[in-house]
Structure formats: structure tokens, C-alpha cells
Design a protein around this ligand. Structure first.
Ligand code: 13P
Ligand code: 13P
Ligand code: MG
Ligand code: MG
Ligand code: MG
Ligand code: MG
Ligand code: MG
Length: 381
């Protein structure tokens, strides 16, 4: 069976400011997902939130970009938006940027990551397991560094030295500034490793879109790499990417994939989408309530049975004492960075200030700049 994993996530309203969706919103989404499984649209589905973003994780056989699956997600988010509006929640429907997308919702606001594979539970994949990362309050390239380290650096993934992975992985990298369409380059690690790094260092412009095994041609990773402000033309909340990552066997093991997140690396995001702050790994369904508005990321893992259904239980990767140490460090890094307030590296540069108002403030001032008149040189007596 050709199985597709689709993850579609949207920020459609939150309680008490931009913290988390309400229980009624979550119940509305879960109810729609249960119906879609019952009527055969989906094989399986799982709903969780990260900060105030709700992610729907689905398996089905309709392929990537399926208009039925995408329309289902859109309508489900609309239903939850209606709940958010009734309760007067903040930012109701925020990520639903267009009126009614026809078919695919990529480019309409929600974050979409999808990948497909032949699900036969034989050959290179006698068992199928995967993880889903979901972030809130952060920029689109938040996974650039951790996924590069997991799929191109044996210091993080010693498994790269094993025969199934030693030929490396092909990185599909998207130029998120190109609004004409998906502008993608394919580069191989390790051969083109430095070229890959040269692009991925710019988290705001270039993002990993996909990573594919060189040996097996199997897709390992799919990421939603799109910028909301490129779609909407104005600030509409942070991009908050999702990623699907298949693991074990011919791919990296879970610990090889999550260990780069111990860095709590600095990303664009945080309050008003305009600061540079550390990415904190958090358990599923964590609200954003810290002293700042830290970029956060969650990670859930599933196995998939013969019929394409998720295992009856899941793994919440960052819900572990070991990650408390990282969370503490992220908090310390955050305090250090915020101690310099608005100055220099602590906030995003002008071109990336996602909160339109900051830019308006500066643009207004730019209009008031005047060229100073050079004093005329005095003629010699
Ligand atoms: P297990 O012994 O639990 O299978 O773990 C081995 C392993 O290779 C972990 O990556
Ligand atoms: P959201 O993307 O969750 O709305 O957060 C963005 C933001 O501006 C936080 O202040
Ligand atoms: Mg929000
Ligand atoms: Mg959000
Ligand atoms: Mg940006
Ligand atoms: Mg957002
Ligand atoms: Mg074992």
C-alpha cells in the first residue's frame, strides 16, 4: 500500500492571549478527525497542540497534496475557529489566511508536511516508525540545524557510518523568499555538505523541504518550509514549522534525531515574532506561559501497523527528565539574550521584523531623515 503521512497545523485561536487552544477547540478537532476515520477518508489521526498551534497527524492512501485531506483539515480548522470566536479567544482563525482555498491548503496559511512510501513492512522497512516535530513562536528554518546535524554529521548520528546510510542523504532546500512558487535545490550530503551549510545558515530564507536516502531513494524527512509573511504580505504570527521524520533501520535512530535539540539553538521568533531566542524542547500540549514567549518544539513518535494505523500508544520524546536540563539551559540562554533587550543580535534585523508595526515605526522615521548640508569650503583669502 502507498501510505501518506500528512501533518497539517494551524494557529486558530488561544486562551488568555497566545498561549494554547481551548479544550473545546481541541475536542472539536478530535471529533472531526474521529468522523473522518469512521467515514474512510483517513486511516488514522492524532491531534495535539504545541503552544497555541493545533496539529493534525494523519495517515491515508490519498497521496500528498490530496484536496480531500487538505479540505478536511481546512474545514476542521474552520470549525475550531468558530468555537474560538464563540468563546472570544485571541487570534481566532489567525492562520487561515485566504477565504476558501480550492484543494491544497499549502500556501493558504496552515503548515503542511507530507511524505509517502510503499508500506509493505518488508525489505528495507520491516517496521515503520516516525516522529513529528511541531513548533510554535519560531521562524520557518528552525529545524535547519538539528536536521542537518542528524542527517549529515556523524558527530550527532554515528549511524551515518553504517552501510545503509554511508552514501548519505539528499537535501531538498527551498528558497522561501521566492514567492513565484517552490524554488528548490537538491544537494547531497556529505559531498555537498558545505554548500548545504552555506544555505541552511540563513534560517529565514532557506529551509529544508525534504531529505531522501541516497541508498534507498526513500524519503526520510518532510518539513513545512513556508513563510507566512510571504503569503500574507504582512505579519500574521510566526511560521512555526512542522516536520515528519521517519526513523530507525535505514534512517537515523530517535536519539540521533533529537540529540541536536540539546543545543537549544537560537532561532528567530519569540514575542511578536521579532526576537532571537533559544528553541526549547517541550512535552506535547505545552502552553506558552514562560517569562518570555520562548520558541518551543514538541516531538511525538508512533509506529504504524500493517493497515496504516498508529500504534495504540505514542512516545512523547521531550517529556523526560533528561530534557529538563536542556530546558533550564534554554531558559538561561534566554535570560542572557534578553538582558540586552532590543539591541543588535537580540532582535531580528529590519528585513525580518515580522511584526509590521516595528517596520512602520522605522519607515516613518526614515521619511524624516535629511541629508545634512556639507559646509561650503571657505575660499582662500
Ligand atoms: P535496543 O536494544 O532497545 O533495540 O536498542 C538498540 C539501538 O540500536 C538503539 O539505537
Ligand atoms: P503565534 O504565531 O503563535 O501567533 O505567535 C507569534 C507571536 O507574535 C508571538 O508574540
Ligand atoms: Mg498565536
Ligand atoms: Mg502559534
Ligand atoms: Mg521570518
Ligand atoms: Mg504562528
Ligand atoms: Mg529495543
Amino acid at each position: 500500500m502507498k501510505l501518506t503521512i500528512s501533518v497539517i497545523k494551524a494557529d486558530i485561536g488561544s486562551v488568555g492571549g497566545h498561549t494554547k487552544p481551548s479544550a473545546r477547540m481541541m475536542a472539536a478537532v478530535e471529533g472531526e478527525v474521529a468522523k473522518a476515520i469512521e467515514n474512510g477518508l483517513l486511516i488514522d489521526g492524532f491531534v495535539r497542540h504545541t503552544g497555541d498551534d493545533i496539529a493534525i497527524i494523519m495517515t491515508h492512501t490519498r497521496g500528498e497534496g490530496s484536496s480531500e485531506v487538505h479540505q478536511f483539515a481546512w474545514k476542521t480548522f474552520l470549525a475550531a475557529t468558530a468555537v474560538a470566536k464563540t468563546s472570544g479567544l485571541y487570534g481566532a482563525g489567525q492562520d487561515l489566511l485566504v477565504d476558501a482555498p480550492s484543494g491544497n491548503v499549502r500556501g493558504a496559511g496552515p503548515a503542511v508536511a507530507e511524505l509517502s512510501f510503499d508500506h509493505s513492512l518488508s525489505g528495507a522497512r520491516p517496521a515503520e516508525s516516525f516522529m513529528v516535530f511541531a513548533a510554535d513562536k519560531c521562524g520557518p528554518g528552525a529545524y535547519n540545524l538539528p536536521l542537518y546535524l542528524a542527517f549529515a554529521d556523524p558527530m550527532y548520528c554515528a549511524g551515518l557510518m553504517l552501510p545503509p546510510m554511508i552514501k548519505g542523504f539528499r537535501f531538498h532546500i527551498i528558497d522561501m523568499d521566492n514567492t513565484a512558487g517552490d524554488s528548490v535545490i537538491e544537494l547531497d550530503a556529505p559531498a555537498d555538505g558545505y554548500h548545504i551549510a552555506a544555505l541552511l545558515r540563513d534560517n529565514e530564507r532557506f529551509g529544508i523541504d525534504r531529505i531522501v536516502s541516497k541508498t534507498y531513494g526513500e524519503v526520510a524527512v518532510a518539513v513545512s518550509a513556508q513563510r507566512l509573511h510571504s503569503i500574507a504580505g504582512k505579519y500574521t504570527g510566526k511560521d512555526d514549522p512542522v516536520a515528519v521524520v521517519r526513523n530507525q533501520g535505514i534512517f537515523a535512530a530517535p536519539e540521533e534525531i533529537i540529540s541536536p535539540f540539546t543545543k537549544a539553538h537560537f532561532v528567530g521568533g519569540d514575542a511578536r515574532g521579532s526576537h532571537v531566542m533559544p528553541l526549547m524542547p517541550v512535552p506535547l500540549n505545552t502552553p506558552v506561559t514562560g517569562m518570555y514567549c520562548l520558541p518551543i518544539v514538541s516531538c511525538v513518535g508512533f509506529s504504524i501497523d500493517r493497515d496504516g494505523k498508529f500504534s495504540e500508544s505514542y512516545t512523547d520524546f521531550f517529556d523526560n527528565l533528561a530534557w529538563d536540563e536542556v530546558r533550564q539551559r534554554a531558559q538561561r540562554k534566554a535570560i542572557e539574550m534578553r538582558s540586552q533587550g532590543w539591541s543588535g543580535a537580540a532582535m531580528l534585523p529590519y528585513s525580518e521584523l515580522e511584526y509590521g508595526g516595528f517596520r512602520d515605526t522605522v519607515s516613518g522615521l526614515l521619511k524624516r531623515f535629511r541629508l545634512r548640508e556639507e559646509p561650503k569650503p571657505q575660499a582662500a583669502e
